[in-house]
Design a protein. Structure first.
Length: 422
């Protein structure tokens, strides 16, 4: 894994209370991002726009993140990390409060863009924070703990938010998220340590980072995998309603979220040894799940099974991809993570846009087949990136020690010269 000069010594325990604050930050980020998928019909009716237009609330959030993650990471490179994290969470507080009280679609769109900007700040910090607070041997587990906020949002946040939206109105759910943001701001202020930013001089240029072996492969997989997932997840309510399962949206999302928790637990336990195998398995599981949805024809048991497989595949993906790009990036890890956040949200935005176009042109039945088509190149790249990007443990260790790799190269060159001399 990546080692920083301020990393705790070997044998130090993980700072669980602090990591849990970051877990809740990830939870709030994903809940803010994905909640419109659970309350899509209600938001559409109250804001007097079509469901495909309401789906763009996810898109504009992702655009806000994608458009600002890298520029903000450059502009704020000299900022103290805790200050920057608090700014991001305050962005959620403002945006969710405005969303809760807004009666106008245009104002809601603007608030979602602001929330996306906050997400760009927070996402670019979480993995790096986890790494800097954990000893080298436990950095993968630290990232997994923080990323547990994602399936937690999907397994608890979205179903509960959907229930609250159905019972009391979707505005109540966004108000509850504002309350969570207030609590989180206090938690961060009390428990989370402060770190220096890398400074502009410490950042490695984007082009140079993209050329680091393995980084390009991880970024490609991020783009295609997240796009595939987002196309279906953004419009899952509409897809299920087409199958006469509109009343089961909350239960299906609950099954998906619980399975995602199991997935991230497994990934956290095995990521340091089985990064490559876990990523391949995740891709295959999601492919099998969407194939099941494609042929389900409204059979609720098959839909639940497909949702469980989908969650088992998807739950650990954020941890796998962020860990993979941090390892592949080496000294350029901070820049590589900012690039991943940007591409992740480009894919999220693309999912809303492409899904909306497909919905209007062909109807929701086309979603699973589109996802399958995108997962084919995803799997090909993961399998091909054996030496860099998605490597086994031996190659992983080599990738995380660039100085040793340089020494090996020098030794090989010297050996070759010695052979020529003889």
């Amino acid at each position: 894994m990546v080692e920083h000069k301020n990393s705790p010594k070997v044998g130090s325990p993980l700072p669980i209370p602090t990591l849990l604050a970051l877990t809740i930050a990830a939870f709030l980020t994903v809940l803010t991002e994905a909640l419109p998928a659970g309350v899509l019909p209600g938001m559409s009716a109250d804001l007097h726009v079509s469901e495909s237009a309401t789906g763009q609330l996810v898109t504009v959030y992702a655009i806000g993140t994608a458009a600002t993650a890298i520029p903000l990471s450059i502009v704020t490179a000299g900022w103290r990390r805790k200050r920057l994290l608090l700014v991001g969470v305050i962005g959620f507080l403002v945006a969710n409060t405005v969303t809760a009280v807004s009666p106008v679609f245009a104002l809601t769109l603007a608030a979602r863009f602001v929330a996306g900007v906050g997400a760009g700040i927070v996402w670019a910090l979480l993995a790096g924070y986890a790494v800097r607070m954990a000893p080298k041997a436990l950095q993968g587990k630290a990232i997994a703990i923080v990323m547990a906020g994602i399936p937690l949002a999907l397994s608890l946040g979205i179903p509960v938010g959907t229930f609250l939206g159905d019972a009391f109105g979707w505005q109540v759910t966004f108000g509850v998220m504002s309350v969570i943001a207030v609590v989180l701001i206090g938690w961060i202020a009390v428990t989370v340590p402060d770190f220096d930013g890398p400074g502009r001089a410490g950042r490695i240029p984007l082009v140079a980072t993209a050329k680091v072996p393995g980084v390009g492969a991880v970024l490609f997989v991020t783009l295609t995998f997240v796009l595939a997932h987002s196309i279906l997840y953004t419009y899952v309510s509409t897809f299920l309603e087409e199958r006469d399962l509109g009343d089961a949206v909350g239960e299906v999302l609950l099954v998906f979220g619980i399975a995602s928790l199991v997935s991230i637990w497994f990934v956290g336990a095995h990521i340091d040894r089985r990064l490559r195998v876990s990523t391949i398995a995740a891709t295959v599981l999601v492919a099998v799940a969407v194939a099941g949805l494609a042929v389900s024809s409204g059979e609720i048991v098959l839909v639940y099974v497909a949702a469980a497989l989908w969650g088992l595949g998807w739950g650990g993906v954020p941890t796998l991809l962020q860990t993979a790009v941090a390892i592949a990036g080496g000294e350029a890890a901070d820049t590589a993570l900012a690039m991943l956040v940007t591409l992740w949200n480009v894919a999220m935005a693309g999912g809303g846009i492409v899904g909306g176009v497909l919905l209007d042109a062909f109807g929701p039945e086309v979603f699973p087949w589109t996802v399958l088509a995108l997962l084919v190149p995803t799997l090909v790249v993961v399998v091909a990136a054996r030496a860099h990007g998605f490597a086994d443990r031996r190659l992983l260790e080599a990738a995380t020690e660039p100085t040793l790799a340089e020494q090996d190269s020098v030794r090989d060159e010297c050996a070759g010269r010695a052979t020529l001399d003889r």
